[in-house]
Design a binder for this molecule. Structure first.
Ligand code: SIN
Length: 314
């Protein structure tokens, strides 16, 4: 039997495995590295970093929900300079493949981040997070506005140059996701991350007030998986050549395969790591085994399979 080709590509970046951390759920990988070598997975997508250090939103910042959780972290982080000085060298030392996630409050901030990162060695790709739901002003969720999303991606593309692939991270909380996806790809995104968390809210019935300090939060976990699968399927149908990094409630190899069949070329694991820190490793081996059982010779052969007419095998 032929060896399974489990590799994937995002733009010009090659990865030996399609399983990545999800931005925000593993910071820069230090906590997960206690459980497995970071180079054993496809790559580490770091917590979205902003230009300046940031405290994030007031507590409480998390709530458990049926089959999921809400977070309202608010992009807490060290700022790009400290991140470049401490986190990138750490990840390089771990031989991890690095996808740096950036977030900004203005189009210019994204460009500034890209400028600071463009000469940093060892970065495989850049995730441009234009969809964080935990901002004071919903008007700052660039991914909810076709023009604003295009402007951010265009600014990053011009600044970073052509070498580093750009992955635009989009929100499912829009009426026409395909139009936003087409816009950012036309503006220079090589790939798409689908989906960020879904805007949600919990009321604390003891206080009869919003539970989260930030009032609303982002819903993640298995509760949102069908939304993610739908988003991936719709976008892959419209943009079949654009690689998609799928995410949203994946905790098993079957969940990952569902996203791949819908059109994802790689899959990120986030919330599942909170309860099972080795989830990335188990999803990776389960997915490999499932692809073999189903007779695939490569991961690529399964990408977008659900779009093919009945009877087409590979
Ligand atoms: C946060 O830090 O608030 C979460 C970031 C995100 O969901 O994009």
């Amino acid at each position: 039997m032929n060896e399974l080709d489990f590799s994937t590509t995002i733009g010009n970046a090659w990865f030996p495995s399609p399983i990545f951390t999800a931005s925000g759920c593993a910071s820069s990988g230090r906590e997960l590295a206690q459980f497995f070598p970071l180079h054993d997975i496809g790559g580490v997508v770091t917590k979205s970093v902003m230009n300046k250090a940031r405290h994030g939103r007031p507590t409480p910042r998390m709530a458990e929900t049926p089959s999921g959780m809400l977070n309202s972290i608010g992009l807490q982080g060290p700022g790009i300079d400290a991140f470049i000085a401490k986190d990138i060298p750490y990840l390089i030392e771990q031989k991890a493949r690095i996808i740096v996630s950036i977030a900004g409050e203005t189009v210019e901030e994204y460009a500034t981040l890209a400028r600071k990162l463009r000469s940093v060695a060892g970065i495989s790709a850049l995730e441009v997070n234009i969809s964080c739901p935990n901002v004071e002003n919903r008007g700052l969720v660039f991914a909810c506005d076709p023009d604003a999303s295009r402007r951010v991606i265009d600014g990053v593309r011009r600044t970073i140059g052509g070498e580093i692939p750009i992955i635009a991270k989009l929100s499912p909380d829009v009426t026409d996701l395909v139009a936003i996806a087409q816009g950012v790809v036309e503006s220079g995104a090589d790939a798409l991350a689908l989906i960020n968390t879904v805007l949600g809210m919990v009321i604390n019935l003891d206080t009869m007030r919003p539970h989260l300090g930030g009032t609303t939060g982002g819903l993640s976990g298995p509760a949102i998986r069908p939304i993610a699968v739908r988003a991936i399927y719709q976008v892959h149908a419209a943009l079949p050549k654009t690689p998609i990094l799928g995410m949203g409630g994946v905790s098993t190899g079957r969940d990952a395969l569902e996203m791949i069949a819908a059109g994802a070329s790689a899959v990120s694991i986030g919330t599942a790591s909170f309860t099972n820190p080795t989830a990335l490793i188990s999803v990776q081996s389960e997915l490999k085994e499932l692809l073999r059982i189903k007779g695939f010779e490569s991961l690529r052969g399964a990408v977008g399979f659900a779009h093919r007419p009945e009877g087409v095998v590979q």
